[in-house]
Ligand binder design. Structure first.
Ligand code: ZN
Length: 380
């Protein structure tokens, strides 16, 4: 037909889908090529699952925004042998749009060989953060001396498992380089890494990063935010990019976004009970494919294709929230989306922090914070 595919507008805060290079190549499923139903040139791959050859096969456009992680977490899991230098070299080789410091999360294995992780005491965690800053500074120096053209992409990953440890990152950076010099060492920006299920912790960290970085024109990425509620907290605080595997992982489990209410999933969809006789959605992907025919021949193709339906609706929610004047964000969210008490508290915190200042708002809301992570058993 010679029709242009749909271009997603530039967003102030944007969702980065976590995807697998293997899957994209093996199934020829993408959303960044001219031949795709819509054009959304953003993706995050796990550093260990992608190679330089994959990059050629993926046929990225000029404006592709490619992120990877640093590999630090996989080292803890025992699944990779990268170090501070090879992590940098690999990100450079892949031409990642941002280069992340080699971070180790402040956790340890529950026991040898276990894939469960528990948090450390505050003293142990602070030691890890100090090590992370030292490694990141060593990487910054190495980039400056050996690959100066990549230094402007370099970001420090701040592990923030609690408010006090979030602030500890700034204390350590301030002690070692002075916060006013941050962008000389990390001109690419900063990465916020929160874990756990406390929405207020996410809101407090995102707000602090907005004040310290976003408002000074610097890039902030929030790692692995997961749920839709956390995505809304990131957009409320104008965090530049945030990744989640939600939209894509779901399709493997017949997890199909409800096109009328994307916060919900369509129930009763399974291999043996597909409820629709005709098209149920007019998103660009659903317009193109006939699922009733697909399911007759190959039900795995349904799962693969519905990924792009899920992603489309995730982006629609991103576009809607991104378009809001932040003054109206909380009221708009509360009256138009499914919300929880915890979510309302997290959004109210952001509004109060605008009125009272960060410190006063933290004082007012800190009693709502869930237990310090050091008392939680398992983190991931
Ligand atoms: Zn659809």
């Amino acid at each position: 037909m010679g029709m242009e595919n749909i271009k997603i507008p530039k967003l102030k805060s944007r969702y980065i889908p976590v995807y697998s290079a293997n899957f994209a190549i093996g199934n020829n499923l993408s959303w960044w090529k001219n031949t795709d139903e819509y054009h959304y040139p953003n993706v995050l791959f796990n550093l260990m699952t992608i190679t330089k050859d994959d990059i050629k096969k993926l046929e990225f456009p000029e404006d592709m925004f490619l992120l990877t992680d640093s590999g630090g977490f996989q080292v803890i899991r025992g699944e990779c042998d990268l170090n501070w230098q090879t992590s940098l070299l690999k990100q450079i080789e892949l031409n990642a749009s941002k280069i992340f410091s080699f971070d180790k999360p402040p956790v340890r294995r529950l026991n040898e060989g276990s894939n469960q992780f528990i948090s450390l005491t505050n003293i142990e965690a602070i030691k890890i953060l100090e090590d992370n800053v030292d490694v990141a500074l060593k990487q910054s120096k190495w980039l400056k001396e050996n690959n100066p053209q990549y230094l402007n992409r370099f970001c420090y990953i701040a592990q923030c498992p609690s408010i006090s440890l979030m602030l500890e990152n700034f204390k350590i950076l301030n002690k070692k380089i002075g916060m006013e010099n941050y962008s000389k060492y990390f001109p690419g920006g900063i990465v916020l890494s929160c874990k756990g299920n406390d929405l207020l912790l996410y809101a407090i960290c995102a707000y602090k990063f907005k004040k310290e970085f976003i408002e000074k024109g610097m890039y902030v990425h929030s790692l692995g935010i997961g749920s839709f509620q956390r995505m809304a907290i990131m957009i409320r605080n104008e965090i530049t990019t945030f990744d989640s595997s939600n939209a894509l992982r779901g399709a493997i489990n017949w997890d199909v976004y409800n096109p009328i209410n994307p916060q919900k999933r369509l129930s009763q969809i399974s291999k043996n009970s597909y409820p629709f006789e005709k098209k149920f959605c007019l998103c660009p992907t659903c317009l193109k494919y006939n699922y009733n025919d697909i399911l007759k021949n190959d039900d795995t193709l349904f799962g693969r294709t519905i990924i792009k339906h899920n992603l489309w609706h995730q982006i629609q929610m991103n576009i809607l929230l991104d378009s809001l004047n932040k003054k109206y964000f909380t009221d708009f969210y509360k009256s138009n989306f499914i919300t929880s008490k915890d979510m309302e508290i997290a959004l109210d915190f952001c509004d109060d922090a605008d009125k009272l200042g960060f410190e006063m708002a933290v004082e007012k809301y800190k009693f709502y914070l869930k237990k310090e992570l050091s008392k939680q058993k398992s983190l991931f």
